[in-house]
Design a protein around this ligand. Structure first.
Ligand code: XCC
Ligand code: SF4
Length: 646
């Protein structure tokens, strides 16, 4: 066990995190970075994907030149492919189970059985109805919503045919998927079949194994995640769009630990699902709750968030974000968090080990995710507002128990709400209008291309130190950056999501376009499930060109000057997302270790050969500049192929 600790300067450039880390260490709190050091050296077989433990004859590991196969004879390519596909299934299932929950609540709301939830966004309901082939003319809104809800729920259990949202992809892309037999039939079936085929002694052809992984990944992006995003927008509003009438506008929010308020009750929501936290946001505004907080000596109640629950809330309500993934422990270490309410995904168990040292109340809210030492207050979806008030009161009751408080000063202002609808609106009205600035600005070279930079933080590397410099390099080279997840929070904290500070860092062409329409060069598109917004935007960029040749920049996603990246990824969800982007035609680069390198054959397949099928590949890069460089090279290559030059 190594006791060596990195110093704070090496760990991040984020000053709020540096000072919180300092405090945490002074108080003897262990953080993910410390435990990462203790885990060293990590097992190479695991890192490279060549450890198989799916049957009890193992674990087996591959040592090239000495031990080329497991007990059953499985070779490196098979083992790596099975492990990789099981990561896809983990990620796809997480997003999809979230989507399923939303679909079920949506259906109840449509039937009037979920008081507190309602159909807020009729315009989007009609769009989604069209995709689901639901008749909208002369029909009552609730009737439409019920049928949409039923079809959405059914798409999880569907056994045949094609997932509905697949229809939104460009024609050429659908042809590729159909020719290769990877169009998902339903969401659950693809994930279950992938688990079956990767169990001992079933599919042992790495290409065929990956083919099923592709179905599970597409079932995430164009299925579970897209259902989550689209139905949440109908229930809670599309980011950037007002509920009824009113001016469409970006949402302002503040980001970093400095948003915690010394004089207010701090309730931090953490996890991924907005079903609960939306109700918290609404109930927190009630006078009775604010008054209750004042009775306990606070000035009011301050809701902030961590990870994607934060992204969900900030994109619709401008609620501040306390931090991204690696800041969850740091938030508690300030001593100012009266309650941290967690739902699902990306919640470190280390949080509960901090409880004896801090007054924070850690509350789990869903049956799916409990922690032995946290308090469980199950959210009752049949009376969501009541449940939300109960949670808020418990947070307020904990306020007087605070001891020392040490909140870092730093936070940055940022803009969010860049749903693909809002991007479309900001950049010139409708995709179907005769003038669509994104496509035309790309054609005339003001915008060189578009990069999606998404994903997590990872204790194996310094916090945000890959994200921030690479995003800066991209915008300096006139690449418009669209972000989700913890990557988005990293840029918000670094000031890259406010036009005033960020445009100075952008290249001339990009700055000119952004200035003219009043947007930053780095756009916050939401939570991890909202990567589906990027799929929708890419599809529309192609489709508009099919309808209007003047705007054409390619007939398929793989022809567009776009690229994707997850510089600091850690979750299985990132692999699922990466794979649905690649197989949707987007060249995608990951940072850090890649879990297939133990098999040259399989890695070669992912990084090179699948280009012949999908027109895109996976890639890796070690430094921010190498990553940005690879993306820019790819964008330039696509521009050249399209004949839109320098
Ligand atoms: Fe962040 Fe979405 Fe990654 Fe989790 S997975 S660490 S991006 S919160 Ni989506
Ligand atoms: Fe070893 Fe084969 Fe069992 Fe995997 S499936 S643990 S390689 S014997």
């Amino acid at each position: 066990m190594s006791e060596e600790k990195k110093n704070n300067e090496e760990m991040t450039d984020d000053m709020a995190s540096r000072s919180a880390l300092e405090n945490a260490r002074d108080s003897g709190v262990s953080t993910a970075w410390d435990r990462y050091e203790q885990q060293k050296p990590q097992c190479n077989f695991g890192t490279e994907g060549i450890c198989c433990r799916i049957c009890n004859m193992g674990p087996c590991r591959i040592i090239p030149g000495r031990q080329e196969e497991g007990v059953c004879g499985a070779d490196a390519a098979t083992i790596v492919a099975r492990n990789f596909v099981r990561m896809i299934v983990g990620g796809s299932s997480a997003h999809s189970d979230h989507g399923r929950g939303v679909a079920q609540t949506f259906l109840e709301a449509a039937k009037g059985e979920a008081p507190g939830y309602e159909i807020k966004n009729e315009e989007k309901l009609k769009e989604v109805a069209e995709t689901f082939d639901v008749e909208t003319e002369d029909r009552d809104i609730n009737e439409i919503a019920i049928e949409v809800g039923e079809k959405a729920v059914a798409s999880f259990g569907s056994q045949e045919g094609e997932l509905e949202f697949i229809s939104r992809a460009p024609e050429k892309r659908k042809d590729i998927w159909r020719r290769n037999g990877v169009v998902p039939r339903g969401i659950d079936i693809e994930n279950v079949e992938a688990m079956h085929r990767t169990t001992m002694g079933v599919d042992q052809d790495y290409k065929n194994i990956l083919k099923q992984g592709t179905k599970a990944a597409l079932a995430d992006g164009w299925g579970g995640s897209m259902i989550a995003t689209e139905l949440q927008d109908i229930l809670f509003g599309t980011p950037g769009q007002p509920e009824k009438g009113g001016k469409k506008d970006a949402v302002k929010f503040d980001a970093n630990l400095g948003v915690l308020d010394e004089n207010m009750v701090n309730l931090v929501v953490h996890g991924h699902e907005p079903l609960i936290s939306e109700m918290i946001a609404i109930a927190a505004q009630e006078e009775e709750i604010q008054e209750y907080a004042r009775e306990k000596g606070a000035e009011g109640i301050n809701i902030s968030g961590i990870c994607c629950t934060a992204n969900e809330l900030l994109q619709r309500h401008g609620i501040p974000v306390a931090g991204n993934f690696l800041q969850q422990e740091l938030a508690i270490s300030t001593g100012a968090v009266d309650m941290m309410m967690v739902d699902v995904q990306c919640i470190m168990q280390s949080l509960e080990r901090m409880l004896p040292d801090y007054h924070t109340k850690l509350v789990t809210t869903t049956e799916k995710a409990k922690m032995p030492m946290a308090e469980h207050i199950e959210f009752d979806e049949s009376q969501p507002l009541e449940s939300a008030r109960e949670l808020l009161k418990a947070a307020i009751d904990n306020f007087p128990k605070r001891e020392g408080v040490n909140i870092p000063e730093e936070s940055e202002k940022a803009l969010a709400g860049f749903s693909h609808e809002f991007i479309k609106y900001m950049l010139g009205g409708s995709y179907r209008s005769s003038y669509w600035p994104l496509n035309s600005n790309i054609k005339d070279g003001k915008i060189r291309g578009v990069a999606g930079v998404v994903g997590c933080n990872n204790a194996a590397m310094p916090l945000d130190k890959m994200h921030v410099p690479m995003v800066e390099e991209l915008i300096a080279n006139n690449v418009l950056v669209v972000q989700t997840g913890c990557a988005a929070i990293a840029s918000a904290k670094a000031g890259l999501m406010q036009p005033e500070t960020a445009l100075e860092k952008a290249g001339d062409g990009l700055a000119e376009v952004c200035e003219a329409v009043g947007i930053p060069p780095v756009l916050h598109a939401g939570a991890c499930v909202d990567n589906s917004r990027i799929l929708n935007a890419l599809a529309e960029m192609v489709n508009v060109g099919q309808e209007n040749s003047r705007l054409n920049i390619g007939d398929d996603v793989s022809e567009l000057p776009v690229a994707g990246a997850a510089p600091e990824w850690m979750s299985e969800k990132a692999i699922a997302i990466g794979h649905y982007f690649v197989t949707s035609g987007v060249y995608t680069v990951f940072g850090g270790d890649f879990p297939t390198v133990g098999s040259e054959v399989f890695t070669e397949y992912l990084f090179d050969e699948i280009e012949d099928i999908y027109g895109a590949t996976w890639d890796v890069a070690e430094t921010p500049s190498e990553m940005a460089g690879k993306m820019i090279d790819h964008i330039d290559k696509k521009r050249e192929e399209l004949g839109i030059g320098e």
